[in-house]
Design a protein around this ligand. Structure first.
Ligand SMILES: [Zn+2]
Length: 221
């Protein structure tokens, strides 16, 4: 072995050792995973010519075929690398806006959370019951979110759109009251009082995914 090869081998082993050591640290492993999630988004984001591009000539049939093809590919990968089943301890309520992605929001792919997506993050009675069920099943944190540049908020503030979308805007008018109603449900109120549940409120900055936490106080009913 020449001196040069020896050095190369030594440096190679050192780098490999450092990488393995880093990967054995859970926090670093988590961050590398989050980085890869982000990398995945970045890699696909730039493929504007690949599939669902904003092209008026693309037909609904073509989009549906593409969606099925993508699912076939994705599910075959999932078949080879099955995921560990998780028991969610967090529930997140978010608007259905496509720009918000919960995995990207928390840089986490482990499905530690239930996700409820509704137009304008409105908590209708059925969703309230689903969340209550989630709490009974072990959820300890509920994050109620709204987000910037929300189309539903925009519609509810525009008289013309209010006329065009009466059901949606009526729901938006009830948004705060629906959360208050949820907080007053006996199961939720008791879990909060016992310290086993916390309900957080946050506004998502849609362009950066940053959660801006808001302090919200409710009167005990
Ligand atoms: Zn929205």
């Amino acid at each position: 072995m020449t001196k040069k090869t020896g050095w190369g081998l030594g440096i190679g082993l050192l780098v490999l050792g450092l990488l393995s050591a880093l990967l054995l640290i859970p926090r670093v492993e988590f961050m590398v995973g989050g980085g890869l999630v982000n990398l995945g988004f970045r890699l696909q984001d730039r493929l504007s010519k690949f599939d669902f591009e904003h092209d008026d000539s693309i037909t609904a049939d073509q989009i549906w075929e593409e969606l099925k093809e993508q699912n076939k590919l994705a599910s075959s990968v999932r078949g080879v690398f099955p995921r560990t089943a998780r028991h969610p301890v967090v529930a997140i309520l978010a608007c259905m806006d496509a720009r918000i992605d919960i995995s990207e929001l928390v840089g986490d792919t482990r499905r530690y959370y239930y996700v409820i997506r509704t137009a304008g993050s409105v908590l209708s009675p059925a969703e309230q019951e689903m969340l209550e069920l989630a709490v009974i099943n072990g959820v300890k944190i509920i994050v109620v979110t709204t987000h910037t540049d929300c189309a539903a908020e925009g519609a509810s503030a525009d008289p013309e759109l209010r006329e065009k979308f009466p059901a949606l805007t009526a729901l938006m008018d009830e948004r705060v009251r629906r959360v208050e109603e949820f907080m007053a449900r006996p199961t939720i109120r008791d879990a909060i009082a016992a310290g086993t549940l916390q309900v957080k409120h946050a506004r998502i900055d849609t362009s950066t995914d940053r959660l801006v936490v808001k302090e919200v106080h409710y009167d005990a009913h």
